[in-house]
Design a binder for this molecule. Structure first.
Ligand code: C5P
Length: 402
Protein backbone atom coordinates (compact mmCIF):
# COMPACT_ATOMS: atom_id res chain seq x y z
CA UNK A 1 0.00 0.00 0.00
CA UNK A 2 1.21 3.48 -0.91
CA UNK A 3 0.42 4.98 2.48
CA UNK A 4 2.18 2.38 4.58
CA UNK A 5 4.12 4.17 7.27
CA UNK A 6 2.84 7.68 6.53
CA UNK A 7 2.45 9.42 9.89
CA UNK A 8 -0.64 11.38 10.76
CA UNK A 9 -1.19 13.24 13.99
CA UNK A 10 -4.90 13.67 14.66
CA UNK A 11 -6.01 16.44 16.98
CA UNK A 12 -9.44 15.86 18.50
CA UNK A 13 -11.09 18.87 20.12
CA UNK A 14 -14.09 19.29 22.40
CA UNK A 15 -17.24 19.22 20.31
CA UNK A 16 -19.97 16.62 20.06
CA UNK A 17 -18.57 15.48 16.67
CA UNK A 18 -15.58 14.07 18.63
CA UNK A 19 -17.37 10.72 18.65
CA UNK A 20 -17.27 10.68 14.83
CA UNK A 21 -13.47 11.10 14.91
CA UNK A 22 -13.30 7.54 16.28
CA UNK A 23 -14.60 6.28 12.93
CA UNK A 24 -12.03 8.43 11.14
CA UNK A 25 -9.22 6.82 13.17
CA UNK A 26 -10.51 3.37 12.23
CA UNK A 27 -10.48 4.27 8.53
CA UNK A 28 -6.99 5.78 8.77
CA UNK A 29 -5.61 2.66 10.43
CA UNK A 30 -7.27 0.48 7.77
CA UNK A 31 -5.58 2.62 5.12
CA UNK A 32 -2.20 1.66 6.66
CA UNK A 33 -1.53 5.10 8.15
CA UNK A 34 0.31 5.41 11.45
CA UNK A 35 -1.96 7.53 13.61
CA UNK A 36 -1.01 9.36 16.81
CA UNK A 37 -3.69 11.26 18.68
CA UNK A 38 -3.71 14.44 20.73
CA UNK A 39 -6.95 15.21 22.53
CA UNK A 40 -7.74 18.52 24.16
CA UNK A 41 -8.87 18.17 27.79
CA UNK A 42 -12.41 19.19 26.71
CA UNK A 43 -12.48 16.45 24.04
CA UNK A 44 -11.93 13.87 26.78
CA UNK A 45 -15.24 14.98 28.30
CA UNK A 46 -17.03 13.80 25.16
CA UNK A 47 -15.09 10.60 24.38
CA UNK A 48 -12.71 8.64 26.61
CA UNK A 49 -9.05 8.58 25.48
CA UNK A 50 -9.23 4.79 25.77
CA UNK A 51 -11.50 4.69 22.70
CA UNK A 52 -8.88 6.44 20.58
CA UNK A 53 -6.01 4.54 22.17
CA UNK A 54 -7.64 1.20 21.33
CA UNK A 55 -8.43 2.21 17.73
CA UNK A 56 -5.02 3.75 16.99
CA UNK A 57 -2.98 1.21 19.01
CA UNK A 58 -0.94 4.04 20.48
CA UNK A 59 -0.97 6.14 23.59
CA UNK A 60 -3.25 9.19 23.42
CA UNK A 61 -1.62 12.47 24.48
CA UNK A 62 -3.65 15.02 26.43
CA UNK A 63 -1.47 16.77 29.00
CA UNK A 64 1.48 18.95 27.94
CA UNK A 65 3.24 18.32 31.23
CA UNK A 66 2.89 14.57 31.41
CA UNK A 67 5.75 13.20 29.28
CA UNK A 68 5.06 10.05 27.27
CA UNK A 69 8.66 9.11 28.01
CA UNK A 70 11.12 11.08 30.18
CA UNK A 71 13.69 11.59 27.42
CA UNK A 72 11.24 13.25 24.98
CA UNK A 73 9.97 16.82 24.76
CA UNK A 74 6.69 15.51 23.49
CA UNK A 75 5.32 18.35 21.33
CA UNK A 76 8.69 18.85 19.62
CA UNK A 77 9.51 15.15 19.16
CA UNK A 78 6.03 14.38 17.81
CA UNK A 79 6.27 17.29 15.38
CA UNK A 80 9.36 15.75 13.83
CA UNK A 81 7.55 12.43 13.46
CA UNK A 82 4.48 13.85 11.67
CA UNK A 83 3.81 14.01 7.91
CA UNK A 84 0.32 15.48 8.24
CA UNK A 85 -1.65 17.14 11.03
CA UNK A 86 -5.42 16.67 10.94
CA UNK A 87 -7.62 18.55 13.41
CA UNK A 88 -11.04 16.89 13.32
CA UNK A 89 -13.36 18.00 14.68
CA UNK A 90 -11.94 21.51 15.00
CA UNK A 91 -13.86 23.75 17.40
CA UNK A 92 -14.07 27.55 17.08
CA UNK A 93 -11.69 27.68 20.03
CA UNK A 94 -8.83 25.66 18.48
CA UNK A 95 -9.23 27.50 15.16
CA UNK A 96 -8.84 30.82 16.99
CA UNK A 97 -5.78 29.57 18.84
CA UNK A 98 -4.19 28.19 15.68
CA UNK A 99 -4.89 31.41 13.77
CA UNK A 100 -3.37 33.60 16.49
CA UNK A 101 -0.57 31.37 17.74
CA UNK A 102 -1.85 30.78 21.25
CA UNK A 103 -0.22 27.74 22.81
CA UNK A 104 -1.99 26.84 26.04
CA UNK A 105 -2.55 23.10 25.66
CA UNK A 106 -0.72 20.22 23.98
CA UNK A 107 -2.53 20.44 20.63
CA UNK A 108 -2.10 24.19 20.14
CA UNK A 109 1.52 23.97 21.31
CA UNK A 110 2.12 21.08 18.93
CA UNK A 111 0.65 23.10 16.04
CA UNK A 112 3.29 25.80 16.52
CA UNK A 113 6.12 23.32 16.93
CA UNK A 114 5.04 21.40 13.81
CA UNK A 115 4.56 23.94 10.99
CA UNK A 116 3.89 21.26 8.30
CA UNK A 117 0.93 20.29 6.11
CA UNK A 118 -2.29 20.73 8.07
CA UNK A 119 -5.95 19.93 7.43
CA UNK A 120 -8.82 21.11 9.65
CA UNK A 121 -12.43 19.94 9.69
CA UNK A 122 -14.45 22.60 11.55
CA UNK A 123 -17.62 21.31 13.23
CA UNK A 124 -19.75 23.45 15.52
CA UNK A 125 -23.05 25.26 15.92
CA UNK A 126 -24.00 27.26 12.80
CA UNK A 127 -23.94 30.66 14.56
CA UNK A 128 -20.51 29.95 15.97
CA UNK A 129 -19.27 28.84 12.54
CA UNK A 130 -20.72 31.84 10.72
CA UNK A 131 -19.53 34.35 13.35
CA UNK A 132 -17.11 36.84 11.77
CA UNK A 133 -14.49 35.91 14.37
CA UNK A 134 -14.51 32.27 13.26
CA UNK A 135 -14.67 33.16 9.56
CA UNK A 136 -11.72 35.55 9.94
CA UNK A 137 -9.71 32.89 11.75
CA UNK A 138 -10.46 30.39 8.97
CA UNK A 139 -9.35 32.95 6.40
CA UNK A 140 -6.05 33.45 8.24
CA UNK A 141 -5.51 29.69 8.29
CA UNK A 142 -6.38 29.30 4.58
CA UNK A 143 -3.95 32.07 3.66
CA UNK A 144 -1.31 30.23 5.64
CA UNK A 145 -1.89 27.14 3.46
CA UNK A 146 -3.99 25.14 5.91
CA UNK A 147 -6.55 22.96 4.08
CA UNK A 148 -9.96 23.86 5.52
CA UNK A 149 -12.82 21.42 4.83
CA UNK A 150 -16.26 22.96 4.53
CA UNK A 151 -18.61 21.61 7.17
CA UNK A 152 -21.74 19.94 5.84
CA UNK A 153 -25.07 21.67 6.01
CA UNK A 154 -27.86 19.93 7.88
CA UNK A 155 -29.40 19.27 11.26
CA UNK A 156 -26.99 19.82 14.15
CA UNK A 157 -26.84 18.10 17.53
CA UNK A 158 -28.13 21.29 19.18
CA UNK A 159 -31.27 21.20 16.99
CA UNK A 160 -30.25 24.08 14.67
CA UNK A 161 -30.12 23.67 10.92
CA UNK A 162 -27.28 24.99 8.78
CA UNK A 163 -23.55 24.59 8.08
CA UNK A 164 -21.55 23.09 10.95
CA UNK A 165 -21.83 19.32 10.60
CA UNK A 166 -18.73 17.14 10.65
CA UNK A 167 -18.05 15.82 7.12
CA UNK A 168 -18.40 12.07 6.50
CA UNK A 169 -15.27 10.27 7.75
CA UNK A 170 -14.65 8.50 4.36
CA UNK A 171 -14.59 11.93 2.70
CA UNK A 172 -12.12 13.29 5.28
CA UNK A 173 -9.95 10.20 4.75
CA UNK A 174 -9.94 10.83 1.00
CA UNK A 175 -8.73 14.41 1.56
CA UNK A 176 -6.03 13.09 3.91
CA UNK A 177 -4.90 10.53 1.34
CA UNK A 178 -4.84 13.25 -1.32
CA UNK A 179 -2.43 15.33 0.77
CA UNK A 180 -0.09 12.40 1.35
CA UNK A 181 0.11 10.93 -2.17
CA UNK A 182 2.99 11.68 -4.47
CA UNK A 183 1.66 13.64 -7.49
CA UNK A 184 3.59 11.86 -10.24
CA UNK A 185 0.73 12.25 -12.75
CA UNK A 186 0.35 16.00 -12.32
CA UNK A 187 -0.38 17.68 -15.67
CA UNK A 188 -1.82 14.52 -17.26
CA UNK A 189 -5.47 14.11 -18.22
CA UNK A 190 -7.14 10.72 -17.84
CA UNK A 191 -10.41 9.59 -19.37
CA UNK A 192 -11.79 6.51 -17.60
CA UNK A 193 -14.99 4.67 -18.47
CA UNK A 194 -16.80 2.46 -15.99
CA UNK A 195 -19.93 0.50 -15.27
CA UNK A 196 -22.47 -1.17 -17.53
CA UNK A 197 -24.53 0.47 -20.24
CA UNK A 198 -28.30 0.17 -20.49
CA UNK A 199 -29.90 -0.46 -23.85
CA UNK A 200 -33.62 0.31 -23.68
CA UNK A 201 -36.31 -1.77 -25.44
CA UNK A 202 -39.06 0.67 -24.47
CA UNK A 203 -39.65 3.37 -21.85
CA UNK A 204 -38.77 1.13 -18.87
CA UNK A 205 -37.13 -2.13 -19.98
CA UNK A 206 -33.49 -2.53 -20.83
CA UNK A 207 -30.70 -5.00 -21.59
CA UNK A 208 -27.62 -4.66 -19.39
CA UNK A 209 -24.98 -6.65 -17.47
CA UNK A 210 -23.90 -6.97 -13.81
CA UNK A 211 -20.86 -4.66 -14.02
CA UNK A 212 -20.59 -2.82 -10.67
CA UNK A 213 -18.34 -0.02 -11.93
CA UNK A 214 -15.86 -0.66 -9.08
CA UNK A 215 -12.81 -1.29 -11.28
CA UNK A 216 -13.26 1.93 -13.27
CA UNK A 217 -14.05 4.00 -10.16
CA UNK A 218 -10.93 2.63 -8.44
CA UNK A 219 -8.80 3.53 -11.48
CA UNK A 220 -10.24 7.04 -11.62
CA UNK A 221 -9.59 7.51 -7.89
CA UNK A 222 -6.00 6.27 -8.10
CA UNK A 223 -5.15 8.51 -11.09
CA UNK A 224 -6.73 11.48 -9.34
CA UNK A 225 -4.88 10.81 -6.09
CA UNK A 226 -1.65 10.87 -8.08
CA UNK A 227 -2.41 14.32 -9.40
CA UNK A 228 -4.05 13.66 -12.78
CA UNK A 229 -7.12 15.52 -14.02
CA UNK A 230 -9.67 12.74 -14.39
CA UNK A 231 -12.91 12.44 -16.34
CA UNK A 232 -14.99 9.45 -15.31
CA UNK A 233 -17.66 8.54 -17.87
CA UNK A 234 -19.85 5.92 -16.26
CA UNK A 235 -23.03 3.99 -16.89
CA UNK A 236 -25.48 3.56 -13.99
CA UNK A 237 -23.91 2.21 -10.77
CA UNK A 238 -24.60 2.37 -7.03
CA UNK A 239 -21.24 4.01 -6.33
CA UNK A 240 -20.42 7.55 -5.22
CA UNK A 241 -17.98 9.19 -7.64
CA UNK A 242 -14.52 9.60 -6.07
CA UNK A 243 -13.73 13.06 -4.75
CA UNK A 244 -12.05 15.38 -7.23
CA UNK A 245 -12.95 13.59 -10.49
CA UNK A 246 -15.13 15.13 -13.21
CA UNK A 247 -18.06 12.74 -13.24
CA UNK A 248 -19.95 12.30 -16.51
CA UNK A 249 -22.97 10.00 -16.05
CA UNK A 250 -24.32 8.25 -19.15
CA UNK A 251 -26.85 5.51 -19.83
CA UNK A 252 -26.48 3.88 -23.26
CA UNK A 253 -23.43 2.85 -25.29
CA UNK A 254 -24.24 5.50 -27.89
CA UNK A 255 -24.31 8.17 -25.21
CA UNK A 256 -21.00 6.90 -23.79
CA UNK A 257 -19.54 6.95 -27.31
CA UNK A 258 -20.52 10.59 -27.76
CA UNK A 259 -19.18 11.79 -24.41
CA UNK A 260 -15.93 9.86 -24.80
CA UNK A 261 -15.36 11.27 -28.29
CA UNK A 262 -16.00 14.81 -26.98
CA UNK A 263 -13.27 14.33 -24.35
CA UNK A 264 -10.82 12.30 -26.43
CA UNK A 265 -8.62 15.00 -27.94
CA UNK A 266 -7.86 16.49 -24.51
CA UNK A 267 -6.91 13.16 -22.92
CA UNK A 268 -3.40 11.79 -22.48
CA UNK A 269 -4.57 8.40 -21.22
CA UNK A 270 -7.84 6.58 -21.89
CA UNK A 271 -8.77 3.56 -19.80
CA UNK A 272 -11.89 1.76 -20.95
CA UNK A 273 -13.06 -0.32 -18.02
CA UNK A 274 -16.76 -0.05 -18.93
CA UNK A 275 -18.73 -3.18 -19.85
CA UNK A 276 -20.27 -1.69 -22.96
CA UNK A 277 -23.21 -3.48 -24.59
CA UNK A 278 -22.19 -4.61 -28.08
CA UNK A 279 -25.80 -4.53 -29.33
CA UNK A 280 -28.87 -2.44 -28.66
CA UNK A 281 -32.46 -3.42 -29.34
CA UNK A 282 -34.41 -1.85 -32.15
CA UNK A 283 -37.06 -0.07 -30.03
CA UNK A 284 -40.28 -2.06 -29.62
CA UNK A 285 -42.40 1.07 -29.72
CA UNK A 286 -41.86 4.51 -31.15
CA UNK A 287 -41.85 7.81 -29.17
CA UNK A 288 -40.54 6.35 -25.90
CA UNK A 289 -43.81 4.70 -24.81
CA UNK A 290 -44.16 1.51 -22.74
CA UNK A 291 -44.60 -1.67 -24.77
CA UNK A 292 -47.94 -3.51 -24.28
CA UNK A 293 -47.96 -7.30 -24.45
CA UNK A 294 -51.55 -7.51 -25.81
CA UNK A 295 -51.91 -11.28 -25.58
CA UNK A 296 -48.63 -12.13 -27.35
CA UNK A 297 -47.08 -15.54 -26.59
CA UNK A 298 -43.81 -14.76 -28.30
CA UNK A 299 -41.84 -11.65 -29.01
CA UNK A 300 -38.89 -11.20 -31.34
CA UNK A 301 -36.43 -8.50 -30.33
CA UNK A 302 -34.10 -7.35 -33.05
CA UNK A 303 -30.64 -6.10 -32.04
CA UNK A 304 -28.33 -3.80 -33.92
CA UNK A 305 -24.63 -3.28 -33.35
CA UNK A 306 -23.40 -0.47 -31.12
CA UNK A 307 -20.26 1.40 -32.12
CA UNK A 308 -17.10 -0.16 -30.68
CA UNK A 309 -15.91 2.89 -28.76
CA UNK A 310 -12.42 1.64 -28.04
CA UNK A 311 -11.82 0.45 -31.61
CA UNK A 312 -12.84 3.90 -32.87
CA UNK A 313 -10.43 5.55 -30.41
CA UNK A 314 -7.72 3.17 -31.65
CA UNK A 315 -8.35 4.23 -35.24
CA UNK A 316 -8.22 7.90 -34.38
CA UNK A 317 -5.32 7.62 -31.97
CA UNK A 318 -2.94 10.55 -31.79
CA UNK A 319 -0.73 11.11 -28.73
CA UNK A 320 -3.06 9.17 -26.43
CA UNK A 321 -2.19 6.05 -24.52
CA UNK A 322 -5.03 3.54 -24.81
CA UNK A 323 -5.82 0.88 -22.24
CA UNK A 324 -8.59 -1.67 -22.75
CA UNK A 325 -10.14 -4.41 -20.70
CA UNK A 326 -11.00 -7.90 -21.86
CA UNK A 327 -13.34 -10.15 -19.93
CA UNK A 328 -13.08 -13.59 -21.47
CA UNK A 329 -14.67 -16.97 -20.86
CA UNK A 330 -11.91 -18.93 -22.68
CA UNK A 331 -8.44 -18.52 -24.24
CA UNK A 332 -7.81 -15.46 -22.08
CA UNK A 333 -4.31 -14.53 -23.26
CA UNK A 334 -4.85 -15.25 -26.96
CA UNK A 335 -8.07 -13.24 -27.02
CA UNK A 336 -6.52 -10.36 -25.10
CA UNK A 337 -3.49 -10.20 -27.39
CA UNK A 338 -5.70 -10.29 -30.49
CA UNK A 339 -7.89 -7.51 -29.07
CA UNK A 340 -4.87 -5.37 -28.24
CA UNK A 341 -3.71 -5.59 -31.86
CA UNK A 342 -7.19 -5.21 -33.41
CA UNK A 343 -8.11 -2.13 -31.35
CA UNK A 344 -4.64 -0.56 -31.62
CA UNK A 345 -4.14 -0.45 -27.81
CA UNK A 346 -1.02 0.15 -25.73
CA UNK A 347 -2.09 -2.13 -22.93
CA UNK A 348 -4.90 -4.56 -22.18
CA UNK A 349 -6.05 -5.87 -18.81
CA UNK A 350 -7.60 -9.30 -19.12
CA UNK A 351 -9.62 -11.31 -16.65
CA UNK A 352 -11.76 -14.45 -16.66
CA UNK A 353 -15.43 -13.46 -16.55
CA UNK A 354 -15.70 -15.50 -13.35
CA UNK A 355 -13.07 -13.32 -11.58
CA UNK A 356 -14.13 -9.69 -11.83
CA UNK A 357 -17.79 -9.12 -12.56
CA UNK A 358 -19.87 -7.62 -9.74
CA UNK A 359 -17.16 -8.47 -7.19
CA UNK A 360 -14.80 -6.55 -4.86
CA UNK A 361 -11.79 -8.45 -6.17
CA UNK A 362 -10.25 -9.26 -9.51
CA UNK A 363 -7.50 -11.51 -10.88
CA UNK A 364 -6.00 -10.01 -14.00
CA UNK A 365 -3.24 -10.36 -16.55
CA UNK A 366 -1.69 -7.17 -17.93
CA UNK A 367 -0.48 -7.42 -21.53
CA UNK A 368 1.54 -4.60 -23.06
CA UNK A 369 2.00 -3.72 -26.69
CA UNK A 370 5.68 -4.65 -26.43
CA UNK A 371 4.56 -8.21 -25.66
CA UNK A 372 5.34 -8.21 -21.92
CA UNK A 373 2.84 -10.11 -19.79
CA UNK A 374 2.26 -9.64 -16.07
CA UNK A 375 0.08 -12.06 -14.10
CA UNK A 376 -1.36 -10.63 -10.86
CA UNK A 377 -2.82 -12.68 -8.02
CA UNK A 378 -6.40 -12.23 -6.77
CA UNK A 379 -6.47 -8.70 -5.31
CA UNK A 380 -8.90 -5.97 -4.31
CA UNK A 381 -9.91 -3.77 -7.24
CA UNK A 382 -8.18 -0.83 -5.50
CA UNK A 383 -4.91 -2.78 -5.42
CA UNK A 384 -5.34 -3.83 -9.07
CA UNK A 385 -5.96 -0.16 -9.93
CA UNK A 386 -2.66 0.81 -8.24
CA UNK A 387 -0.74 -1.67 -10.38
CA UNK A 388 -2.48 -0.63 -13.61
CA UNK A 389 -1.81 3.06 -12.93
CA UNK A 390 1.83 2.20 -12.08
CA UNK A 391 2.11 0.48 -15.48
CA UNK A 392 0.50 3.48 -17.21
CA UNK A 393 2.83 5.88 -15.39
CA UNK A 394 5.82 3.79 -16.50
CA UNK A 395 4.64 3.92 -20.14
CA UNK A 396 4.14 7.69 -19.89
CA UNK A 397 7.62 8.03 -18.40
CA UNK A 398 9.11 5.97 -21.19
CA UNK A 399 7.44 8.37 -23.65
CA UNK A 400 5.47 5.62 -25.30
CA UNK A 401 2.47 7.93 -25.59
CA UNK A 402 3.63 9.65 -28.71
O1 C5P B 1 -14.26 -6.63 -27.69
P1 C5P B 1 -14.64 -6.44 -26.26
O2 C5P B 1 -15.98 -5.81 -26.10
O3 C5P B 1 -14.50 -7.66 -25.40
O4 C5P B 1 -13.52 -5.41 -25.75
C1 C5P B 1 -13.53 -4.96 -24.47
C2 C5P B 1 -12.94 -3.57 -24.41
O5 C5P B 1 -13.52 -2.73 -25.39
C3 C5P B 1 -13.24 -2.92 -23.10
O6 C5P B 1 -12.16 -2.08 -22.78
C4 C5P B 1 -14.53 -2.15 -23.38
O7 C5P B 1 -14.69 -1.07 -22.49
C5 C5P B 1 -14.32 -1.72 -24.81
N1 C5P B 1 -15.57 -1.63 -25.60
C6 C5P B 1 -15.95 -0.42 -26.13
N2 C5P B 1 -17.08 -0.30 -26.88
C7 C5P B 1 -17.84 -1.38 -27.15
C8 C5P B 1 -17.46 -2.62 -26.61
C9 C5P B 1 -16.33 -2.72 -25.83
O8 C5P B 1 -15.27 0.57 -25.89
N3 C5P B 1 -18.94 -1.25 -27.88
Amino acid sequence: MKLEGDRVTLGVTGGIAAYKAAELVRLMVKADLRVRIIMTPNATRFVAPLTFQTLSLSQVRVDTFEPVSPDRVEHVALAQETDLLVVAPATANILAKMARGIADDLLSTFYLAYGGVTLVAPAMNTQMYLHPATQENLEILRKRGVVVLDPQEGELACGDYGPGRFPDPPYILERVVDLLYEKDLHGKTFLVTAGPTREYLDAVRFISNPSSGRMGFALAQEARRRGAKVYLVSGPTHLTPPWGVEYVPVTSAQEMFQRVLDLYSGADVVIKAAAVADFRPVPLVEDGAKFKKEGRRRLVVELEANPDILATLGEEKGHQLLVGFAAESRDLLENAQAKLARKNLDMIVANEITAGFASDTNRVVIVRRDGSIRHLPLMSKEAVAEVIIDEVAALLQAGKAR
